[in-house]
Design a protein around this ligand. Structure first.
Ligand code: AMP
Ligand code: MG
Length: 346
């Protein structure tokens, strides 16, 4: 008992004394220890990607021989993984698995990789959960828009093609890992979920090689491993109408956050904003809100949910997120007011 009390006092004394010195200890660490942050920004999946991680040369023997080489190797793996997924899931690459599926899915059962099949299943789950607000067959009309060229399909074309937007039109055969569309005019696109999946894969690559603190982002999707070495990461949510500004900063650790905004790809015609998030019920851009961020552990689901809540809008979207305790949302409405889901309100 006495020993315990003395020990506790000693411990408290030591902790209080050294607490304030810790920052200096880190600052004056000998240079050969070389624990530090590494980062790299690159273009992939049609967007800007970023990777950032901490390598502690002291604790991880495998990096003592050359932390820089290990960092370069890790960065190389992250870039390669993003590129691999782009090659398989991009609608802009004719040889991608996705393009081949869109070409043949309406006429025959197409064999796809286990990876693409799993992602299609995840997309289908979110479609069911969201009652069709998230629907990868949105592309049956979505591909008729060209935001850079300010082209949109005429209303008559939208009316004709609208029945094609229906996730029930995709048959997934798990035993054979094949996919079939009920109609050859059905097209699918994974733009609302693939980046989340990609950053999740990259974080897992870093984690499997001993990294404890990391951030990987692709466009508006970010996944975090641990904290920022003792402090939370501060993730900015873009101001929807002021390009260089953030509307809010959120402290996070070990979470993923995805933002869907109507400012990412759009054009304005007769005062109306046509942008890349399509309401499957209308074939037109979703216009109930201007930005939605979703926070949760699973980067793939978080990515799909941000698109989903954007389509659903403030009331339905918030009610939907509030039924899922493991996910939170921050919505910016058309008057640029911020709204927080239940778990973020304190
Ligand atoms: P995000 O930025 O994650 O919201 O994703 C937007 C992307 O999701 C768009 O560029 C499209 O590729 C895709 N998308 C648009 N509308 C939908 C929808 N209703 N369901 C699923 N994906 C969609
Ligand atoms: Mg998303």
């Amino acid at each position: 008992m006495i020993y315990n009390t003395y020990f506790q006092r000693f411990f408290t004394f030591m902790t209080n004394t050294f607490k304030n010195l810790i920052p200096f200890i880190i600052i004056f660490m000998p240079s050969h220890v070389s624990a530090k942050w590494y980062e790299h920004t690159f273009n992939t999946m049609g967007t800007r990607s970023h990777v950032e991680f901490w390598l502690n040369a002291d604790k991880d023997k495998s990096v003592n021989t050359g932390t820089n080489e290990k960092a370069a190797h890790l960065i190389g793996q992250v870039v390669a993984e993003m590129k691999r997924l782009d090659q398989s899931m991009s609608p802009y690459i004719d040889s991608s698995e996705l393009s081949l599926l869109n070409r043949d899915g309406g006429t025959k059962e197409v064999s796809v990789s286990k990876e693409l099949f799993s992602l299609l299943l995840e997309a289908e789950n979110i479609s069911v959960m969201s009652k069709g607000a998230f629907d990868i067959t949105y592309a049956s009309i979505g591909y008729k828009y060209n935001y850079r060229e300010k082209i949109r399909p005429p209303q008559a074309v939208i009316d004709m093609a609208l029945p094609l937007i229906n996730y029930h039109g995709i048959t997934l055969n798990g035993t054979k890992s094949t996919v079939k569309f009920v109609n050859s005019a059905i097209k699918i696109d994974l733009g609302g979920i693939a980046k989340g999946y990609a950053i999740k894969r990259c974080i897992n690559i870093l984690k499997s090689q001993g990294v404890k603190f990391a951030l990987v982002s692709a466009g508006g999707d970010t996944s975090l491993l641990g904290d920022r070495n003792g402090r939370p990461w501060l993730v900015g949510i873009k101001h929807p109408r002021a390009e260089e500004k953030n509307a809010v900063h959120i402290p996070l650790e070990n979470e993923a956050i995805s933002t869907s905004g109507d400012y990412e790809r759009y054009f304005i015609e007769d005062g109306k904003r046509y942008h890349h998030i399509i309401n499957p019920k209308t074939g037109d851009s979703a216009r109930k809100v201007v930005s939605v961020s979703v926070i949760g552990k699973d980067a793939t689901v978080v990515d799909a949910l941000s698109t989903t809540v954007f389509v659903k809008g403030l009331d339905d979207g918030m009610a939907f997120i509030n039924t899922m305790p493991e996910y939170e949302a921050i919505i910016i409405d058309n008057n640029q007011r911020l709204h927080f889901s239940k778990g973020l309100q304190q």
